[in-house]
Design a binder for this molecule. Sequence first.
Ligand code: PEP
Length: 250
Amino acid sequence: TPDVRPLVAGNWKMNGTRSSLDQIKAISEGVRGGLYSKVDALICPPATLLYVATALCTDSPLSIGAQDCHQNASGAHTGDISAEMIADCFGTYVIVGHSERRTDHDEDDALVRAKAEAAHAADLTAIICIGETEEQRRKGETLDVLKRQLAGSIPDGANAARTVIAYEPVWAIGTGLTPTVADVEEAHAFMRRELSERFGEQGSTMRILYGGSVKPSNAKELMAVSNVDGALIGGASLKAEDFLAIYRVY
Ligand code: PEP
């Protein structure tokens, strides 16, 4: 998208211990120096590594974020973390509505929207994930699903600076399968129209990432699709070398 700074983001999911901090260090060094400064880079490690990861990235262009937050600011919610806690650890982004959260924890669009609102209240950038299941695609429901998820998951006051959309077909996550370039193009063009209609100029410049089995070998082709403003990367973000190879397609 013209005038939009792409974002290459890694989601480590429930992977990573202190020994993985070497990978964060290597990624931080790999994006340092401004050589590729047209692109933003982000890693979302598990919450246990958040604070130490941000401490490693002081003065680095690599941003650190979390993988989820609770919709409330504080209180009796054992095991959850708030957006404010993420900000307190110097995290600047949070993923909300990842399909694994939607499935494992029964999260629906209304909850995802509330989480995005909590993220915005803490001045975090919310990466709001949407995407159709295999069955929905087979039935030809993809665009209807995206329309419904966009309408339900994004807060009304969302702006391009603090909101990123990640289109992740559920059947492409962790499977090695990716949609065709034509399918990605159709989905992203559709989302762009929906966002522009609802949010005007903010919607025209809101970043829309593609996610689902992005690898060094297919990143160039996928990132070149119009209205694809970067990637959300699971498996391939765990190794600095792979993450940086994707980052460098820009
Ligand atoms: C993800 O979890 O957001 C993801 C896209 O995973 P993978 O790249 O492993 O398919």
